[in-house]
Design a protein around this ligand. Sequence first.
Ligand SMILES: Cc1ncc(COP(=O)(O)O)c(C=O)c1O
Length: 366
Amino acid sequence: MAVPLIDLHRQYLAIKDKLDKAVINVLEHGQFILGPEVSRLEQKIASLSGVKYGVGVASGTDALLLSLRGANIGPGDEIITTDFSFFASAGVVSRLGATPVFVDIDKDTYNIDPTLLEKAITPKTKAIMPVHLFGQMADMDPIMALAKKHNLIIIEDAAQAIGAAYKRKKAGSIGDYGCFSFFPTKNLGGAGDGGMIILNSQDRYEFLKILRVHGSSPKYYHRVIGYNSRLATIQAAVILVKLDYLNTWTEKRREHARKYDAAFKNRSIKTPVAKDYSYHIYNQYTIAVENRDELMKVMKEKQIGREIYYPVPFHLQECFRYLNYGKDSFPVTTKAANRVVSLPVYPELTSPEQEEVIEVVKSVSA
Ligand SMILES: Cc1ncc(COP(=O)(O)O)c(C=O)c1O
């Protein structure tokens, strides 16, 4: 039986009537840019996250970029982030002329290791950007303590973690800025690109709203050079419909994760470690194995969806060669990048499909 890594069509069919209606409604009212659905979604996501404001932007990448700009980050500044994430987490820093400074990860959570952070702080450090990878939040208490001690801005990359929590605090709500992605395969995905920044500071909120419309306020009077980065109204309409299902879908993902955990117990498979402080939302269910090539080969033969997130740590990326990291700078990340495989964990995954994934993975593990 072939099992896809994710199947968005099933999700669409399950809520088709509501989605179709929401999209047609936007086509009818015609307020395609910053229409009423955008502000409704901003308010809802801010309130569900326990913060005051939300700012819908064109993508998760732009959520990070505009947050950095909002915090006045530019050439000469150093921004500390993890060595192990999707490219956007580091790319946005370089795009603004600032310098990304990478830190190794915790071997169990794959998130930035807070015990290594202080060593990376210099007089040029302006911000720390923890990434809540695979749906589990980084260990935020020590990160916030360091931010306070060194007067640093915290930008949470919560692109993979909407609905996750750290000691009951929602992803994106702890730092100065929290960034979400609505990329279609995220737990809350649109029908195209989209993103949002959440935050509590009114001043920063007002500035972000100006930044996303070319820096203009009032219209055609440009205070700063901004961006064209708005969440499309049609995307907001789609995401509003899906938001009502997010908790149910997250619980399904967690159920699948528990089933995998039990099935792979006592085998040579490292299963995800959900920390006590954490409500994990399993954007990915990522295992680590020593014989990954063999596992990938067999999964491919059996048509089981699989992906390596991420095969190359930042410090080994060609585009970051100019930062002059050594090959062995971050051993935990390098080891993870050579071993991880993500398995299908989407809410609509059926029991027989999951059994099939389990059987195939077990067939190549001792
Ligand atoms: C950790 C992380 N940061 C940032 C992004 C960027 O989001 P987007 O694809 O919406 O630009 C993504 C997702 O793709 C991500 O996984």
